[in-house]
Design a binder for this molecule. Sequence first.
Ligand code: UN1
Length: 507
Amino acid sequence: MTKVDVKTETAALLDKLGVARAAWQGGDMASFSPVSGEEIGKLKTVSAAETNKAIDAAHEAFKAWRLVPAPKRGELVRLLGEELRASKADLGRLVSIEAGKITSEGLGEVQEMIDICDFAVGLSRQLYGLTIATERPGHRMMETWHPLGVVGIISAFNFPVAVWSWNAALALVAGNSIVWKPSEKTPLTALASQAIFERALARFGDAPANLSQVLIGDRAIGEALVDNHKVALVSATGSTRMGKEVGPRLAKRFARSILELGGNNAGIVCPSADLDMALRAIAFGAMGTAGQRCTTLRRLFVHDSVYDQLVPRLKKAYTSVSVGNPLETSALVGPLVDKQAFDGMQKAIAAAKAEGGSVTGGERVTEAGKDTAYYVKPAIVEMPKQAGPVLEETFAPILYVMKYSDFEAVLEDHNAVSAGLSSSIFTLNVQEAERFLSADGSDCGIANVNIGTSGAEIGGAFGGEKETGGGRESGSDAWKAYMRRATNTVNYSKALPLAQGVSFDIE
Ligand code: UN1
């Protein structure tokens, strides 16, 4: 691994992206690069009281923005997409520096932002309501979708900017204002995204002030977003532990929530699987992003008839994969985000061994004399059965592999975890594939055939069931969560017939 001067490069990128130095120098919250473990910024933070003020301002912005026609709102998002295209290389690089993603994944993350902007621009002319048959003559019944209010966004370090954009692009075309609390681990990429947004705003011209704000700081900001009644919807991405705090607090004031929490995603490799294809999909799904996607493949069930053909090849891929500096294009696996992630990984590996697991990889890869970054060999752990740490999400590159012989039993094991985000089956057998996608197949929000668990496109609704939280973001009709539905009945007759045949004649 070569030493890169991430500090100097970060400063140059932030300057180029238009982030004022005062926002990230001399403040009280440090940001570190997982690439080297160095501090790369000291950001100014805001308090809960300032958050509440920002929410008041956002609410004022909402009151004006909701009156702007949706296709015009879409124009702002179109400009945001253009600005993101212009800044793709720089923002992608900053994502790699601050989140530790390999170069192509840092760029891919920005591409995901561009894609959702395109999607939302089209959507801005398609916020359709239904016209519904009414039982009363001379009446018309229909649905109208209205802007909702202030949308609070709480995002995680692993998709530090894409998840904001999924929410922001939809919320803006829906006529809402936004207040964003980014992860404390990745605040610089958030400032950069805001600077990019502000360029789009300047080109747009007459949007209300405070339409989209980013608030840097600790959980006090998140708590204010969750508890402030002016925030109509909170979209939160993070751990199930976080969701268990956020969900009930929002429910207490009947606010809306979109929760995208933990995943413990599995794949099943059936006897007929194309093993070359499965191998590549498993490798990317399990080792990509150093195992730090919510969609990372964490459990693999392999039919005993193909186990000895597939698993030794997988182990070889694990041993030979290039782990290293994500800023160099040769690395496929970058660093873990921090020491806490490393410790969690080691703890899970020890627990797996205690359950009879046989481990390949998992050890730390260090540069001589340098112990502030946490690079690890991804671990593949052959387990005698699904037990102990296999049942939980550990946010690190550990793939638990188990043998199966019976399809019904493996479907049960597949669904026997508390999370329900993503899932895959590798098979050329149409009965198995369709069964996996059916009502008594995978119980996840995402179920795939012959592709991995991660790397979803923005066009589909994204989210999962059970302890994943149940929310949906991104494509399909996820926009409906960002709008208020009104059912309207109009009487254009000269009579007043009541529904259900009720009569109520006064006089
Ligand atoms: C996440 O890890 O929070 O499907 C989101 C994927 C990405 C999004 C992951 N498009 O892996």
